[in-house]
Structures are given as C-alpha cells and as structure tokens.
Design a protein around this ligand. Structure first.
Ligand SMILES: [Zn+2]
Length: 462
C-alpha cells in the first residue's frame, strides 16, 4: 500500500483539531514592528516550540537581538534528503481596526460566499496559516508512520514583517546547523482557487540615480537658449534611447544571461487565459508597452525591464519660468531575470549614459541597490516531482509561475547556505494580507496540508 493514502486520511480526520491549533496561534498578537508586542512575539515562538515538541521535533526558541527564531529538527530515514522549511510567525499591525468586520485576533470560520468558507484573522494567510499546513502534514505523517519521510529542519522567524534584521546574522552564525539539501518557502500563493502554483522565478533589481550637470548655474533661456547645453534635453534623449521601437532595451550586453522561456512553459502560461486587456484593463490601460510579441505574463515574469521611476529638472512650480537648468536627474530601475549580472548591468548603463553626454557637461551616478534574479531550472527533478504532487491534489494542473517582485529569504538561502528553494503556497489573491479582514480559505488550509504531505512523499519516495 502507498505510504501517502493513510496520511491524507489522517489529515482529513485531524481537520477540526488542526483548526483549533491554528486558532490558538492566531490569537497571539505577534505584531513584530511594534515594540509593545514584543512579549507576544516571544509567546508565539514559545507556542510553536511547545506544539512542535508534541510531534517529536527537537525544537527551541533561539534568541536574537530582535524577536526570537524557532528552530526545530526531526530525523529521517538513513539516506533520505534533508529539507529546511521556512515560515514566519510574526504579523502586520491591524490598524485601522474599525475596518475589520471581526476581531483580528479572535479567529473564526465564516462563509464568505456560497460554498466558500474562510478562516478570519490577522496572520490567517500571512503566514501562520501557511506555515501550520506543513506542521500539520508532519504531524499526520508521524502519527501514521511513527516517523517522518525525510530529515526536516524548521525555521520560523519573527521579524519578516519588519525587514528581517536578525535573519542574515542568524543564518551566518548557524549555517552548519541549517544547511540542508534544499529549502521550502511557504509564503506564496495559488494562481486561482483551483490551480496550484510553484514559483520558479523572482526578478532581481538594479537601482540607479543619474544626474546630468551642464552650466554652472541656471540660465535665462532667452539670453543663452540655442547656445548653452540643456541638461533636461540631454537627459530626455538618453532615456529615450534606452528602448527601441519594439520595446527592447538597447544598452550593450543588457540581454546577456537572459534565456528564452521553454515553449511548453509559455504554453502553460497561455492556458491561464490572462490577456493584456484583462491584466492592463484593471489599471485603465490596454496596450502592452514592453517587448513586442510577448504576453503580459511573459513580460512580467520572464523578461528584464528598464523603467524610469522619477525624473526632475528645471522649473516645475506654478506658472512659468524661462530657465535652462544647471542640472537634471532621473531615477532608473532595472528588473533582472535569469543570469543577468547586476554589476555588469549597472556598468553598461553608466557607459551608455556617459557616451551621450556632451564634452562640456558631466554626469554623476548614485547606486540604489542591486540583486540578481533567482531562477530554478525548469527541468530540476525535485521541481517536477513537486509539480506532479500538487497536480494530484487540485482540480487543475500546477502552473510554474514567476514573480515580478522579490522574496529576500530565497536569495539569503542561496547566498548563505548554498540552497535552492521550492516556493509553494496556498494563499489566494483575495486574502487581503496586510489589510483589514485578512482571511485564508478553509480549502487552502485543508488541501494545503494534503499538498505538503504529497510533496514530501513525492520528494522522498525512492
Ligand atoms: Zn507579509
């Protein structure tokens, strides 16, 4: 008999008790950003440690200069992989409280729409609900089989919602203990109620500020206009040159390291039915502005960008002033994909700008951060197994998607522990995380537990 069937049955049987446990954790007001709630953050960590001990984890509260970490270990069979599972127990503040329909720290089950039951409360989705799925999957597995299918380490932090100041030092100081074969990160979402998702790509970012200097002071545009260089015109021309008529970035070497997305992945994105009219319609637009011939999903998930986030120069106040400014500036950001190198992109951008500055003018640059993209390989075996495991649980096939933004922990695991991350979560776009009336679908909570059990089974079955 398969090892997984009785575990899934046990998860079904345990559902009411697992909900009670989640409610217990949701009642703890672990708001990390507000020092008044520091004792509650510790209480949440202690709550988790006590609960994990009941499953047989060697669990402890680990102090940091900020809120504590929870670290827990459980052995697995000889030769099985070692998995690190990451989540966070802290939550966002709840104000404005008057917009909540229910007490954010008194969770309950509500019928949100016919047939759709949800768990209400701060942290129900982000991230207490999501992390308890994995804990409950472990519990059911242990109850049925007396052990876990592989060696598992859990890392739950309490500062994710306030910038994770203690995380990197903690990873560095405890690298030996935390290093595993791969990581699982749970604070992502499904594509929709029926379609599970694995996030395989996170775009990187390079931020630059460019300041073009021309005359040594602001000039009268009647006296000097036509003779003196105008930095606004120079800057505007530089920025306009960055894209060609087909939406491609013209900076030399910009596409080095950018890979074409496999045809079958593009087809699966196509099958999601997201149109430009839909995607852009919500923000009052209709025509994709990026590289021609690519869908909006490909443009936001798998292609790099150059965007101008701000531009300043000359007189911008009320009325009118006939001035030629001494300087003009812009803030420019690049979203990176695949193997694009942030340092090379920054240098290539600066060369591109310098080449367009007249000899009697000058340019200065300020750096505003840089991080590479993260891309799992589409043919990684553990990705394929996890994908199939999720497809077995949900009505629709798993989609491998990417995210336009970033999840810093994934880069930290890569950099400090040399581990790739599997990003799977069961949040829905309407969960209102960080907002009043946060919720988590009961289906996410139930089938999410079953999904993690299936993933553990798929990844450890020989
Ligand atoms: Zn959050």
């Amino acid at each position: 008999m398969s090892a997984i069937a009785p575990v899934l049955d046990r998860i079904d049987e345990n559902l009411d008790q697992s909900l009670e446990r989640l409610f217990g954790l949701l009642r703890v007001k672990s708001i990390s950003t507000d020092p008044a709630f520091a004792p509650d953050c510790r209480k949440a960590a202690e709550w988790l440690v006590a609960d994990l001990k009941t499953i047989g984890f060697d669990a402890s509260v680990r102090d940091t200069p900020g809120h504590p970490m929870v670290v827990a270990h459980h052995d697995g069979p000889e030769g099985s992989p070692h998995v690190l599972f990451y989540g966070h127990y802290d939550v966002q503040p709840v104000d404005p409280l008057n917009l909540w329909e229910d007490d954010p720290f008194d969770p309950k089950i509500k019928e949100m729409a016919p047939g759709i039951k949800v768990i209400t409360g701060r942290g129900s989705s982000d991230d207490k609900g999501q992390l308890m799925l994995f804990v409950e999957a472990c519990r059911a597995w242990k109850e049925v089989h007396g052990g876990l299918p592989c060696k598992i380490t859990l890392l739950f932090e309490g500062e994710e919602e306030s910038g994770s100041p203690s995380l990197k030092p903690f990873l560095e100081a405890n690298a030996q203990e935390l290093k595993a074969d791969f990581a699982m990160v749970c604070d992502t979402g499904m594509w929709d109620r029926e379609t599970p998702a694995i996030c395989v790509g996170l775009r990187g970012l390079v931020g630059e500020e460019v300041i073009v200097h021309a005359a040594n002071r602001d000039l009268h545009s009647g006296e000097y206009g036509g003779a003196a260089a105008n930095p606004v015109r120079i800057l505007a021309k530089v920025l306009a040159d960055i894209h060609d008529d087909n939406g491609r970035v013209t900076i030399a070497g910009f596409y080095d390291g950018v890979e074409e997305t496999p045809a079958q992945v593009l087809q699966s994105w196509e099958a999601l039915g997201e149109t430009a009219e839909n995607f852009l319609g919500e923000v009052g637009l209709a025509i994709p502005a990026g590289e021609k011939g690519r869908s909006v999903l490909e443009l936001t998930w798998a292609r790099p960008t150059a965007e101008f986030n701000g531009i300043i120069g000359g007189y911008t106040g009320k009325g009118f002033k006939t001035v030629i400014a001494a300087e003009a500036s812009a803030k420019v950001s690049f979203r990176l994909v695949h193997q694009q190198n942030p340092d090379k992109i920054r240098a290539a951008f600066r060369d591109f700008v310098r080449a367009r500055i007249p000899a009697d003018c000058s340019v200065e640059f300020h750096e505003h951060g840089g991080s590479p993209a993260i891309q799992l390989s589409y043919d990684s075996p553990f990705l394929g197994k996890a994908k199939d495991a999720l497809s077995d649980e949900w009505p629709k096939q798993t989609v491998m998607l990417a995210m336009g933004g970033s999840i810093p922990i994934v880069g930290d695991f890569q950099n400090f522990l040399g581990m790739e991350s599997l990003l799977v979560g069961f949040a829905l776009p309407d969960d209102r995380i960080h907002s009043p009336n946060e919720k988590y679908d009961l289906t996410s909570f139930h089938k999410g537990q079953r999904s993690w059990a299936r993933i553990l089974h798929a990844l450890t079955r020989s």
